[in-house]
Design a protein around this ligand. Structure first.
Ligand code: GLU
Length: 275
């Protein structure tokens, strides 16, 4: 059955860009007589706030959007993400990277020419060096090893494709390099949690803004490695602010609550978004 979702992070009030994501997904679900799921992506507990989460529910209901209950809140499932990460650790698909951001920036800058992409490729430390760093309590990130992924998948790695609004796209995980999937005391990143939850929630089409277009190249690889079904993707245009730049949390005048308080109706919002 067709299922799509809206997966906001409660780190600010929803703005017109979010409304475009939520309405596009909700309308698509309705047109397909499918499911529409709301998911709260609140793994970043330092930035997530209860009032923003409450506002998400309020603003979506005002837009006449309805969703399945119960709503999944990622912060309540950290053990699950830790277990998913463990699967990758057991298969040696991730490695501990102890480099600081500065060291990584330097490694990228000094990469031989030809490596134009701003991405990091590292590798697992020799066991004794790693043990010493762990004993010293050093911080680390768990990075996905593209080299290992290629080894495990073989030709399937290079044959990886996905479907989005432009047609069939060849996946290029190299765009991301060896991404951070978790950290020493934190079992997941956005990528891991989002991919896991989309599969768990039976999402068949991921609908989100064009700012996340590149993420699909990584997400389909994670799906393959974790043996999860692959959804199709649909990226919608970004809503621009008066300055011509894409809307951000700082653009208070475009928040749904300010627009509502200024007398706008849900139909006005649709008209402003041209949907
Ligand atoms: N939580 C993400 C955000 O607020 C969206 C993730 C997604 O749609 O995959 O931008």
């Amino acid at each position: 059955m067709y299922a799509t979702r809206f997966a906001p992070s409660p780190t600010g009030y929803l703005h017109l860009g979010h409304a475009l994501s939520a309405l596009t997904a909700f309308d698509a679900a309705r047109a397909a007589s499918g499911r529409f799921v709301l998911r709260i992506e609140d793994i970043d507990q330092a930035r997530a706030r209860p009032e923003f989460e409450a506002a998400i529910h309020e603003d979506l209901a005002w837009l006449e959007i309805s969703w399945e209950e119960p709503v999944r809140r990622q912060s309540e499932h950290m053990d699950e993400y830790a277990a998913v990460l463990q699967r990758l650790i057991d298969r040696d698909l991730v490695y501990r990277c102890f480099r600081t951001r500065k060291e990584i920036a330097e490694a990228i800058a000094s990469a031989p020419h030809g490596e134009s992409a701003d991405v990091f490729r590292g590798e697992k430390l020799p066991a004794d060096e790693e043990a010493a760093k762990l004993a010293a309590g050093e911080a680390f990130a768990w990075r996905l090893s593209l080299k290992k992924a290629r080894g495990v998948l073989g030709p399937a790695y290079f044959a990886l494709v996905f479907e989005d609004e432009t047609g069939l796209v060849r996946a290029e995980p190299e765009k991301h390099g060896d991404v951070v999937l978790a950290r020493k005391d934190f079992p997941t990143s956005y990528h891991l949690a989002s991919v896991w939850d989309d599969a768990l929630q039976g999402v068949t089409q991921v609908i989100r803004g064009a700012d996340l277009r590149e993420a699909a190249h990584l997400h389909v690889l994670l799906q393959k490695l974790l043996d999860l079904p692959q959804p199709t993707y649909r990226h919608h245009r970004l809503v621009l602010g008066e300055d011509g730049k894409r809307l951000a949390k700082r653009d208070q005048s475009a928040t749904l609550r300010v627009l509502r308080e200024s007398g706008k109706t849900p139909d006005d919002i649709r008209a402003m978004l041209n949907i």
